[in-house]
Design a binder for this molecule. Structure first.
Ligand code: ASP
Length: 475
C-alpha cells in the first residue's frame, strides 16, 4: 500500500510533517538557537520518514521493518535523552506514536464484536461451543495461576536488599507532566478527542464479548433466515482484516515513535534503582514464556515452537511496542489465522476473549511487585497474605482491560486487600513502562498458544495459508 503512493507526493508529505514535528518540539525556544535546532530536528525527522516510510517498505518484510524500528527507536531515544534533545521525542515524535495507537485502537471494540460473532457462528453447534468454551476458560485460568505461582516462588527465593523509600523521587513516573507544551496538548487532548471510536465507545470489552457470544448463538439458532446476516458479519470480518493490514503498513513509523518516546522519557539508567524487582519480573516472564512455547505448545498443542514464533513475530513486536493486548489483537488475529494457520472460528472466538481475560504476564508482575513493595514497607505478608495476592491477582486480572498500565489499577486492588500502603505504587511506577512492554508480550503469547492447544484438542488441522507460506519463505 505504501509502495503505491507516488514518490513525489510521499516526499512532500514527509517534508511537511518533518517541519511540523521540528517546530512543535523546538518552540517555545529554550535557548538562543531555535532556528538551527528546528532545521536539525526537521532533517533528522525527514531522514526517519524516508527510511521507515519509503526505503525499508520496498526492501524488507513488515516483521523485519518493525524489528528494525524497535531497535533504532531504543537507540534514538537514549541518544536524544543524553544529548538533551528529549523534546523531539516527547513533544514531536510522540504525536506520530499517539496517532498510530489511536488509529489502531479505533476499530477494536467493533472488531471484538464481529470476531466473536463469527467465531461462535463458525464453531457451530452448542455442544462444540460448550467444549471449546470450557477448554478456553480452563486453559486461561490454569496458565494465569501458573504465572502467579511462578512469580511468588521467584520473589520468595530472591535475596532482598532494602530499597530506601525516598529513592522513589529519583524515579520518574511515566505520567509526569512538565508544563503542557503544544506537542503534548496534541497528544493528550486534541488527537484523543477527535480520534475516539464512534462505535461502542466506552463499553467494557467483557460486555461486548458477552453480547457477541449471545448474538452468535442467536444467529446460529435462527437457521437459514439469518444466513444473509451471517454473510454480512463474515464480510465485515474480512474488511476489518483488510483495514488492519492497511494501518499496519505504518507500524514501523509508529513503533519507532513509541519506542523513542518511552526510552527518552524513562531512560534505561534508572532501572538500577529497582534492579532486583526488575530482574525478578524479567526472569519470571522469560521462564513463563519458555514454558508456554517450549512445553505447553509442543506437548499439548503438538506444534513446532520455531514455526509458531515465526508466525506470531509481528504480534510480539506489536505487543512490545504498544504495551497493549487490545491494540495488538488485530495483528494477533491475522498472525494466527494466516501465518500460523489455526482454525479461523476458534481463533476468532479465543483471541478477543484472551486479550481481555487472560493476562499471564500481568498476573506474574503484580504478584512480584506486591511482595516487593510489601517488603519495602515492612508489611508482613506470610502465607495467608500471599494467598490473598494469588486469588486477587487471578480474579482481578480477568476483568482488567488489555491497555498500557492496566496493572497499576490491579496493584491498587491487591494493595488494599493485603494492607500494603497505596503510595507504594509510586515505587514501581518508574519501571512499570518497560516491564509493561515485556508482560504484554507474554500476555498475547499465552493467548496465541491457547488457540493452538484448543485447536489441537478439537482435532482441527493447523497449517499456514498458501499466500503466507511464500511471504514467510521470503523472510
Ligand atoms: N499492558 C498490559 C496488556 O495490555 C496490561 C498490563 O499489564 O498493564 O496486556
Amino acid at each position: 500500500m505504501l509502495k503505491e503512493i507516488p514518490p513525489t507526493k510521499q516526499t512532500v508529505s514527509f517534508l511537511v510533517l518533518s517541519f511540523f514535528l521540528a517546530v512543535v518540539s523546538s518552540w517555545p525556544p529554550a535557548d538562543h538557537i531555535p532556528f538551527v535546532r528546528t532545521i536539525l530536528y526537521a532533517l533528522f525527522s525527514f531522514a526517519i520518514f524516508l527510511v521507515f516510510g519509503y526505503i525499508l517498505p520496498r526492501r524488507l518484510s513488515l516483521a523485519v521493518q518493525i524489528l528494525f524500528a524497535l531497535i533504532s527507536g531504543i537507540i534514538a531515544g537514549q541518544f536524544l535523552r543524553i544529548t538533551d534533545h528529549s523534546r523531539l521525542a516527547t513533544d514531536g515524535w510522540g504525536i506520530i506514536g499517539t496517532l498510530f495507537l489511536l488509529v489502531l485502537k479505533l476499530p477494536i471494540l467493533p472488531l471484538i464484536f464481529v470476531s466473536i460473532v463469527c467465531g461462535v457462528v463458525g464453531i457451530g453447534d452448542f455442544k462444540r461451543l460448550g467444549a471449546v468454551g470450557t477448554k478456553t476458560i480452563l486453559y486461561y485460568l490454569g496458565t494465569t495461576a501458573l504465572a502467579i505461582l511462578l512469580g511468588l516462588v521467584l520473589v520468595n527465593i530472591v535475596p532482598f536488599d532494602k530499597v530506601p523509600k525516598d529513592n522513589t523521587h529519583t524515579v520518574s513516573s511515566p505520567n509526569d507532566s512538565s508544563p503542557q507544551s503544544f506537542g503534548r496538548k496534541i497528544q493528550k487532548e486534541i488527537l484523543p478527542h477527535y480520534l475516539k471510536s464512534p462505535i461502542m465507545t466506552d463499553q467494557n470489552p467483557l460486555t461486548v464479548i458477552l453480547f457477541g457470544i449471545m448474538m452468535g448463538i442467536a444467529l446460529g439458532a435462527t437457521g437459514t433466515k439469518a444466513q444473509p446476516v451471517i454473510e454480512v458479519f463474515r464480510g465485515l470480518d474480512t474488511a476489518f482484516a483488510y483495514l488492519i493490514q492497511g494501518i499496519m503498513q505504518w507500524a514501523p513509523l509508529g513503533v519507532f515513535a513509541l519506542m523513542t518516546h518511552s526510552i527518552t522519557e524513562q531512560g534505561i539508567e534508572y532501572l538500577i534503582v529497582l534492579a532486583r524487582c526488575f530482574l525478578t519480573v524479567i526472569t519470571g516472564l522469560l521462564l513463563h514464556f519458555g514454558i508456554l512455547i517450549f512445553v505447553l505448545l509442543p506437548v499439548l498443542g503438538k506444534f513446532s515452537p520455531r514455526q509458531f514464533l515465526k508466525g506470531i513475530a509481528p504480534a510480539i513486536e506489536m505487543a512490545f511496542s504498544t504495551s497493549s493486548s487490545n491494540a495488538t489483537l488485530p495483528v494477533s488475529l491475522e498472525c494466527m489465522a494466516r501465518r500460523v494457520g489455526t482454525d479461523s472460528s476458534v481463533t476468532h472466538f479465543m483471541l478477543p476473549l484472551g486479550a481481555t481475560i487472560n493476562m499471564d504476564g500481568t498476573a506474574l508482575y503484580v504478584a512480584v511487585a506486591s511482595v516487593f513493595v510489601a517488603r519495602v514497607y515492612d508489611v508482613p505478608l506470610g502465607l495467608s497474605g500471599q494467598l490473598v495476592i494469588f486469588w486477587t491477582a487471578l480474579l482481578v486480572s480477568i476483568g482488567t482491560a488489555g491497555v498500557p498500565g492496566a496493572s497499576i489499577g490491579l496493584l491498587g486492588v491487591i494493595f488494599q486487600a493485603t494492607g500494603i500502603p497505596l503510595e507504594g505504587i509510586s515505587i514501581i511506577l518508574g519501571v512499570d513502562r518497560i516491564l509493561d512492554m515485556c508482560r504484554t508480550v507474554v500476555n498475547i503469547t499465552g493467548d496465541c498458544v491457547g488457540v493452538v492447544v484448543v485447536s489441537h484438542s478439537e482435532g482441527l488441522a493447523i497449517s499456514p495459508r498458501r499466500d503466507t507460506v511464500e511471504e514467510n519463505h521470503r523472510e
